[in-house]
Design a protein around this ligand. Structure first.
Ligand code: CA
Length: 224
């Protein structure tokens, strides 16, 4: 099943934010700012799910959703999450039987949107996306979107330490200890330079992923 998610949203910053979260969750986002262009693309490429803003240039979200639901055409069964700027709109849309699977009011938390996307795709019977960053201890590899990275032993030790505990902050000293415990090759080379190389390699494999975050004054964290 396709893990493509189409984001139909004419506010570029919000669209980019949602796309970042979708990418980090293992989906493949595609953004459209115009409703009519989006409808054509949805029919042509049939993504796994559509996140649809109500007020759009070209074709508004309600008309787009109804057009999509027209029987027989490609994409007519696609899950749709409709996003509106006003909470009162949701009642009106429900009354109009707009045809969306879920409704969300702006401003929304991108995490909440991701949770709803996952819930809908689970109900739809799709397989959840594989972890974006996966540690293969047996082969001493780290995979990004299933592709192994070419890492030195120290880089593997550091990245594996971060990736095994998503959300946990590790200090430079902890990462150096982990690298020394894990790898005979580990040197005193500053952790920061290992991190720099890791970021470059991850970015080459998955541009814009931002797998390793710097936590000011503390160290590093992996959120994936
Ligand atoms: Ca809008």
């Amino acid at each position: 099943m396709s893990q493509a998610i189409m984001i139909v949203e004419d506010e570029p910053e919000l669209a980019a934010l949602v796309a970042d979260y979708a990418r980090a969750a293992g989906y493949v986002p595609e953004v459209f700012g115009d409703g009519a262009v989006a409808l054509e693309a949805i029919r042509a490429r049939t993504p796994a799910l559509v996140v649809l803003d109500l007020m759009l240039p070209g074709l508004d979200g309600l008309s787009l959703c109804r057009a999509l639901r027209e029987g027989g055409k490609p994409g007519s069964e696609l899950p749709v999450i409709m996003v509106t700027a006003r909470v009162e709109e949701i009642d009106r849309l429900l009354g109009l039987e707009a045809g969306a699977d879920d409704y969300l009011c702006k401003p929304f938390s991108p995490r909440e949107l991701m949770a709803r996307i996952k819930a809908i795709l689970r109900r739809a019977g799709g397989t959840p996306p594989a972890r974006v960053l996966a540690v293969d201890d047996a082969a001493r590899r780290v995979l990004v979107h299933g592709q192994p990275l070419d890492l030195t032993p120290s880089e593997f030790a550091i990245l594996a330490t971060l990736a095994r505990r998503p959300g946990q902050v590790f200090s430079r000293a902890q990462l150096l200890d982990a690298a020394r415990a894990d790898s005979l090759e580990a040197t005193d080379r500053a952790i920061d330079s290992h991190i720099k190389n890791l970021r470059r390699k991850i970015d080459a494999a998955a541009p814009g992923l931002e797998a390793i975050r710097s936590i000011y004054g503390l160290g590093y964290r992996c959120d994936l």
